[in-house]
Design a protein around this ligand. Sequence first.
Ligand SMILES: [Cu+2]
Length: 125
Amino acid sequence: MRLWRVVLLVNLALAAGLFLGYLAWGRQIPRLEEALALSRQRGAFPGVEQVFTGQGVVRGLLPELNVVILTHDDIAGFMPSMTMGFQIQDPQLLAATGIGDLVRFTLRGIPPRMTITEMTTQGKM
Ligand SMILES: [Cu+2]
């Protein structure tokens, strides 16, 4: 067999192999991205920033510590309902809130160190 034919056959075999590999693995990518997004949601990666939203009632304000005490509902994927203190990022959020307010809030951070970054009053309890 002539050398150029050998080279051509080897190249064709490589091209066919690459194409088949691309077909097989290319189809895995959307499935893997989905699994990754789901794992991130579940907090499967310690050290990765998480975001949760929740609703609760303000029980206490500790402006000198930048803490709000809330009785919060279930925070899906994070914690069940309870009364606890949350660190608050912006002291302005505390000033705009009163005891007994029904609030919606956003928690952001690397668990277990979560901070309230947004909080809006929905009404009074
Ligand atoms: Cu809690």
